[in-house]
Design a protein around this ligand. Structure first.
Ligand SMILES: C[S@@+](CC[C@H](N)C(=O)[O-])C[C@H]1O[C@@H](n2cnc3c(N)ncnc32)[C@H](O)[C@@H]1O
Length: 261
């Protein structure tokens, strides 16, 4: 068999493995040029196009950084962060995606830098570990209890948190959200008042899409969870650093943690 024939048959074998592990949500570019989801329903080359928008906001050298990738899916972001030197804990509650991620880590030679664990975000309530960088992209709106997850993750963040969620149209931010008398409710209807649309049934055909926040709500929820927005690398994406959380939010998270034992 010629070298060319050998490489064609290797590529065919790789394609068969990719197909057997499908369907894929992340389009990974595997060694040899095979892609896992080249015809993505959301956007061409997802999520690489997003990574290209945000990567300059992430330190080039993550040596010595411990990263938590929440809802890692097939591991696209874990791989990029591990390539920058980070040690990554990548969690997802869906074993189908974790199988893809573990397999792809082997293909990329990154298996020793990433631990993949089948775990839900709320399971972090039972751990006290903290992380230099928490990657929380594409998960918040899938959660019925999104602020519980955000509060937990803010507490676990040592240096940076990258947040992305599905948002409502509009960039307005209402100037005065400090306090209003109970009889004065109109300001709550202002376009820039922090709001989340609740999805009782489905959105985009997905029954796990529960909440769609506006921009003002994203910023307000991040602040009250104890995160200061440092940059907005792209639409719906917020890079944050830890700050003191709202004291009432802190008490309420403590109460939940006590109740969970
Ligand atoms: C829209 S995908 C986003 C994947 C990746 N983070 C990204 O931004 O491309 C949502 C991922 O979060 C996972 N997920 C959803 N709810 C979760 C939960 N409660 N705990 C852990 N993972 C969750 C899903 O299995 C899926 O892999």
């Amino acid at each position: 068999m010629s070298a060319r024939e050998r490489s064609d048959s290797d590529t065919d074998a790789l394609r068969r493995e990719v197909e057997a592990l499908g369907p894929w949500f992340h389009n990974l570019h595997l060694p040899g040029g095979v892609q896992t989801a080249p015809d993505h329903f959301l956007q061409a080359d997802f999520p690489r196009f997003k990574w290209l928008q945000i990567e300059r906001h992430v330190p080039r050298d993550l040596s010595g950084w411990r990263v938590l990738d929440v809802g890692c899916n097939a591991g696209f972001y874990s791989f990029e962060l591990a390539r920058r030197g980070a040690q990554v804990l990548a969690i997802d509650h869906d074993e189908h995606y974790l199988a893809q991620a573990r397999w792809a880590a082997g293909q990329f030679g990154l298996a020793d830098r990433i631990e993949f664990r089948q775990q839900g975000v709320y399971d972090l309530a039972r751990s006290t570990e903290s992380y230099d960088l928490v990657w929380f992209m594409g998960v918040f709106y899938h959660l019925r209890y999104p602020l519980l997850a955000l509060d937990l993750l803010a507490r676990r963040t040592r240096r940076l948190l990258m947040f992305q969620t599905l948002t409502l149209p509009g960039e307005e931010v209402h100037a005065d959200t400090q306090d209003h008398p109970i009889t004065e409710r109109e300001p709550l209807l202002a376009p820039g008042w922090p709001k989340m649309a609740f999805v009782e049934h489905r959105f985009a055909g997905d029954p796990t899409n529960w909440w769609v926040a506006n921009h003002a709500a994203c910023e307000a929820m991040l602040r009250s969870a104890g995160l200061r927005v440092l940059a907005r690398p792209a639409g719906e994406i917020y890079l944050c650093e830890p700050q003191a959380p709202d004291p009432v939010a802190r008490e309420q998270l403590d109460a939940v943690l006590r109740a969970l034992g």
